[in-house]
Design a protein around this ligand. Structure first.
Ligand SMILES: O=P(O)(O)OC[C@H]1O[C@@H](O)[C@H](O)[C@@H](O)[C@@H]1O
Length: 261
């Protein structure tokens, strides 16, 4: 009924792109941030301006990773190394943290304007695994995870949250390292082999495979099913409702809202 092997006792859900459609908001904020930077760099160096590709560049270098890892990973692909800077650098600073903070301002403005509504199929699936007595965690690279989960009305369906804030505080490596998923499994009191990972990012399914989790569900909303399988997914679905035997998405949680702390 849940589309999982019988030995699975816990579900570890990524947030952006799995529970909520916010992966698209992150992608657009990164595109604007990197293009501003690349444009001004091209003007300074005289090199051609090659824009950020929201298809290839986002999914290969940024998706699923912490803010700072995403900046470093994409810029490295362009042969650029920026100073790290400080976590509170203003968005005007051309540092790793400065660019990350510039992107966060754009992201928060968009989330406030659009609101956040969970995918109906994900709400239905969360309700079904809750009813079946499985343990549930959200595991996200995002430092905005708590607010997005609350705005989407999902807080009561999730028992544990391991996110970008936790990773920084506790010193966990971000995806594709398995640390954040392993921490969530430990907090839920299950072995990795008893937990299923639900991920839409290449770095996320890699983390699922690296951690020895019992099942890795790839969620493909952008046409990269083959890449998700190659990097660690045992199965790929387009929506979590496909895993339910009746496949019917719930109508709950369709009121967008956003309330920052
Ligand atoms: O900037 P935040 O909210 O801390 O998010 C970090 C990362 O969180 C991930 O969930 C997204 O896939 C990335 O696009 C994002 O960069």
């Amino acid at each position: 009924m849940l589309g999982l092997p019988d030995h699975i006792r816990a579900c570890l859900f990524d947030l952006d792109g799995v529970l909520t459609p916010t992966a698209e908001v992150h992608k657009a904020a990164w595109e604007e941030t990197f293009n501003q930077y690349l444009q001004s760099r091209a003007e300074t160096t005289g090199e051609p301006f090659v824009p950020f590709d929201p298809g290839h560049d986002y999914h290969t270098y940024v998706d699923g990773k912490t803010r700072a890892d995403g900046v470093r990973s994409f810029l490295t692909s362009r042969g650029v190394t920026l100073p790290e800077g400080e976590p509170d650098d203003p968005g005007s600073s051309d540092t790793v943290h400065g660019l990350g903070n510039r992107k966060n301002v754009l992201l928060l403005a968009q989330l406030r304007e659009r609101g956040v509504a969970a995918f109906p199929g994900s709400v239905a699936y969360l309700q079904a695994v809750t009813a079946a007595g499985l343990r549930r965690a959200v595991v996200s690279a995002s430092a905005n995870c708590r607010e997005v989960v609350a705005a989407a009305g999902l807080a009561d369906l999730l028992e544990v949250r391991v996110d970008g804030v936790t990773a920084r505080e506790v010193g966990l490596r971000g995806k594709p390292a398995p640390d954040t998923f392993l921490t969530a499994a430990e907090q839920l009191g299950v072995a990795p082999a008893e937990a299923a990972v639900f991920e839409d990012a290449i770095a996320g399914v890699e983390a699922g495979r690296a951690g020895g989790f019992g099942y890795v569900v790839g969620v493909d909303r952008v046409g990269q099913a083959e890449a998700l399988k190659r990097h660690g997914a045992d199965i790929v679905v387009r929506d979590l409702a496909e895993l339910l035997s009746d496949g019917a998405p719930s109508q709950a949680n369709d009121q967008p809202q956003w309330s920052p702390r």
